[in-house]
Design a protein around this ligand. Structure first.
Ligand code: ATP
Ligand code: MG
Length: 455
């Protein structure tokens, strides 16, 4: 049931309005001065407030200002007399929805209520829509339907709610930071997420970046500066490219993990370390341990739980959902309206080996969207030609593995070599030990031309 609050010192008017709104099914609350009115307003969250401009003590415009300051709910209709027009306009500027003249005309009130209801429905619709939009385009959402990605999601669910240290492994652009942020979001969304890229900070500054420094700790330290471990509070510290951490800082960091406290550079006070630690690497820490460039004890502390993100080329099932998601997001960012991706492009995107992983896919699609002038995606021709799909050799023949004809094996082999040379004719001839005309003929006979570039 809708609630209405009447604030007016004219008792007979309040009584009339009370009957009028009750007959319309409203729950009616009434006050005869602003102070009492504000109390009811705070307590009952009314949908609508009818507020007289002229009130004893605090007047209607002051009451409105107080309500707006406190963010109280409801649309406000000011009730005014002609001579109070200035105050009424000021009230509208402060956020009142509308006003009505005294003596009150109930038909005019009807029209006004309808208008306010309509505006409210519009507002609610926009709120719902923007909620849906922000939900479906969350920047921090892991997209993908490959088994590998589902495993990563399961791993995240397993560790997100316990404070264990997680080591995230994966090639460049594979989504390590995204995984870290997703864990953080489930673990402590309201606390800070503090990332430190161990490769990007010069090593003599890294120590003060991590642990902070006291005033005068070194030349140029003019004031105390808290480190990232302190800034993270009870949130998350994300040590990116942890393999680049210099050995002496590795030792110091290990102590932080063991003792759950640290001292800033030049400081004597123990500062508690309360944050959760997530680390990422695109290097093989185990072989770094063997080579002596990474401490084994720190490695064991970090790899309590390991999440490995496979390279994109090993999970081609993720390409379409990722592409769809990027295209719809970038349509909005770049003001485009691309709704179709040609099948030929999909095949090419799936066959390419993506050395730069998801980040590279994002970049290729961004360029494509910039180039697109219609609703069909246009891949950058140059990129497209370079990476054009050559079907996997196994799909070139439809015979079973053991019982292949010589022709079938030859066809597969030629395709394999052409894929290896990126479609380069001369190089393929050298590897296969045949002349150019022979290769040309075989390509024609086996109908391979459509798969090739640059012949
Ligand atoms: N599964 C995914 N779904 C949606 N977006 C993704 C996914 N994986 C990666 N991305 C996006 O790809 C880009 C690169 O990801 P991210 O920065 O997490 O990679 P990274 O492994 O930390 O890379 P680097 O080693 O270069 O630091 C980001 O824009 C990220 O949002
Ligand atoms: Mg990263």
């Amino acid at each position: 049931m809708k609630k209405i609050l009447l604030i007016d010192d004219e008792h007979s008017l309040v009584r009339t309005l009370e009957l009028y709104f009750q007959s319309k099914g409203y729950l009616v609350l009434a006050a005869f001065d602003a102070r009492e009115g504000l109390e009811l307003w705070r307590e009952h969250d009314p949908d609508l407030v009818l507020l007289d401009v002229q009130l004893p003590g605090m007047d209607g415009t002051q009451a409105l200002a107080a309500a707006k300051d406190e963010n109280l709910s409801g649309d406000v209709i000011m009730i005014t007399a002609f001579q109070d027009m200035e105050a009424t306009l000021a009230a509208i500027q402060r956020g009142a929805a509308d006003y009505l003249y005294k003596p009150l005309d109930l038909d005019a009130l009807d029209v006004l209520l309808e208008k306010i209801l309509m505006r409210r429905r519009e507002r609610e619709k926009i709120e719902r829509l923007s909620h849906v939009i922000s939900e479906s385009f969350k920047p921090n959402q892991i997209i993908g339907k490959s088994n590998a990605t589902l495993e990563v999601l399961k791993d995240i669910a397993r560790v997100a709610l316990t404070p264990v240290t997680v080591l995230i492994e994966g090639d460049t652009g594979a989504g390590k930071e995204l995984v870290a942020r997703t864990i953080h979001q489930q673990w402590a969304p309201l606390e800070p997420f503090v990332a430190i890229n161990c490769a990007a900070v010069v090593s003599n500054l890294l120590e003060s970046e991590l642990f902070g420094h006291e005033r005068g700790a070194f030349t140029g330290a003019v004031q105390r500066k808290p480190g990232k471990l302190e800034i993270a509070g009870s949130g998350t510290v994300f040590l990116d490219e942890v393999g680049e951490l210099p050995l002496e800082i590795q030792a110091k960091f290990l102590r932080v993990l063991q003792e759950k406290q640290f001292q800033s550079v030049g400081g004597v006070k123990d500062i508690p370390f309360k944050a959760r630690l997530l680390a990422a690497t695109n290097r093989n820490l185990e072989s770094m341990v063997q080579a002596g460039s990474f401490r084994e004890d720190l490695y064991f502390r970090l790899k309590v739980f390991v999440i490995r993100i496979p390279p994109l080329r090993e999970r081609p099932e993720d390409i379409v959902p990722l592409a769809e998601n990027f295209v719809s997001r970038m349509n909005r960012e770049l003001n485009r309206n691309v709704t179709r991706i040609p099948m030929e492009y999909i095949r090419t995107l799936k066959a390419y080996d993506w050395p730069g992983n998801v980040r590279e896919l994002e970049n290729v699609l961004r360029r494509a969207l910039i180039l697109s002038t219609s609703d069909v995606l246009e891949l950058d021709e140059c990129w497209f030609q370079r990476s054009k799909a050559v079907p996997a050799p196994s799909s070139a023949c439809e015979q079973s593995d053991e019982l292949k004809s010589l022709n079938c094996v030859e066809k597969e082999h030629i395709l394999k070599i052409l894929k290896h040379t990126g479609g380069n004719y001369g190089e393929a001839c050298k590897i296969l030990g045949v002349t150019r005309p022979t290769l040309r003929k075989k390509i024609k006979d086996y109908g391979l031309k459509e798969y090739l570039v640059d012949l």
